[in-house]
Design a protein around this ligand. Structure first.
Ligand SMILES: Cc1cc2nc3c(=O)[nH]c(=O)nc-3n(C[C@H](O)[C@H](O)[C@H](O)COP(=O)(O)OP(=O)(O)OC[C@H]3O[C@@H](n4cnc5c(N)ncnc54)[C@H](O)[C@@H]3O)c2cc1C
Length: 253
């Protein structure tokens, strides 16, 4: 299907998987910075996200199915959005029914217990997995950190590699101004916004002196902001807008 979904073994390293998908103009959206050694299984079991989580969120949202070996040695292919009452696979059906009997009617309690933070990967992903007699069990396995089963095969949805990307580097003379700029940047549609504080900038320059040409000698922090899109014109316009909205919060204005 032109790389829109990929079936992989859990031991494949994320960068290797992405290199393979690049031939289709696709990639795995969530991009943990450990991707040169993190495996697909570890990423799903950890519900990984990355620098582009503003755009792509977390990997649990891309898991279509997970084949796993359970504690009793049985092998089950877990899917989303299936009806346990009508499921032919007996084991999957009975696990689905069991989960529904535990979770249904508890939606309000579960939703109240979940912190209203944009980033939260604690505990099992039980919120919203039961709906109208159906259940998302692949979603439940994502983020379960190896406690529910050993994954042996994973099917993931991929995303298109953006045609154009561009980076805006903004420098700040105080942490407070930098922090005030972040919500403006996030609302502007940036796909990534990474902070480098003074200590990190100094360490980068010490390790690679050529960074002196890129990073400021003074100042408290730098934000690296990425916009992506289909055309150069569109991305240039977005960068210009973000830059002007941040305005005098950044240095050199
Ligand atoms: C330098 C560094 C940078 C990082 N950056 C990020 C980041 O940007 N974003 C982020 O989300 N995380 C990050 N992490 C955390 C972590 O590396 C990632 O979340 C990554 O996805 C874990 O993959 P791994 O292969 O290293 O898994 P491991 O660390 O080997 O395992 C992680 C969990 O997954 C379980 N697991 C592994 N394989 C399977 C399997 N086949 N079946 C069932 N369970 C399994 C393990 O039991 C464990 O609980 C970073 C870590 C480091 C060291």
């Amino acid at each position: 299907d032109d790389g829109e979904t990929v079936v992989c073994e859990p031991g494949v390293v994320l960068d290797d998987l992405n290199n393979r998908l690049a031939g289709y103009g696709r990639k795995i959206g969530p991009d943990p910075s450990s991707s040169n050694r993190a495996t697909a299984g570890g990423c799903v079991a950890n519900n990984s996200g990355g620098a582009h989580s503003l755009k792509y969120g977390y990997i649990a949202d891309y898991v279509e199915s997970v084949e796993a070996v359970l504690a009793d040695g049985s092998v089950v292919e877990f899917r989303n959005d299936f009806e346990p009452e009508r499921e032919e696979d007996e084991k999957l059906s009975s696990i689905g029914k069991g989960c529904i009997s535990i979770l249904s009617g508890k939606e309000v309690v579960i939703s109240k217990a979940i912190p209203k933070a944009a980033r939260n990967r604690s505990g099992y992903a039980i919120a919203g997995i039961c709906h109208k007699g159906k259940i998302d069990l692949a979603r439940l396995l994502a983020g379960s950190e190896g406690t529910l089963g050993i994954f042996t095969k994973i099917t993931l949805r991929t995303v298109a590699v953006p045609r154009v990307k561009s980076l805006l580097q903004l420098e700040f003379d105080s942490f407070e101004k930098m922090a005030r700029a972040v919500p403006i940047i996030v609302e502007s549609g940036a796909v990534a916004c990474e902070l480098m504080d003074r200590a990190l900038i100094d360490m980068a320059i010490e390790a690679l002196p050529e960074y002196r040409d890129i990073f400021p000698a003074g100042g408290a922090a730098v934000l690296l902001i990425e916009h992506t899109g289909e055309t150069e014109e569109q991305v240039r316009e977005e960068i210009k807008n973000t830059d002007s909205k941040v305005g005098k919060l950044a240095c050199g204005r």
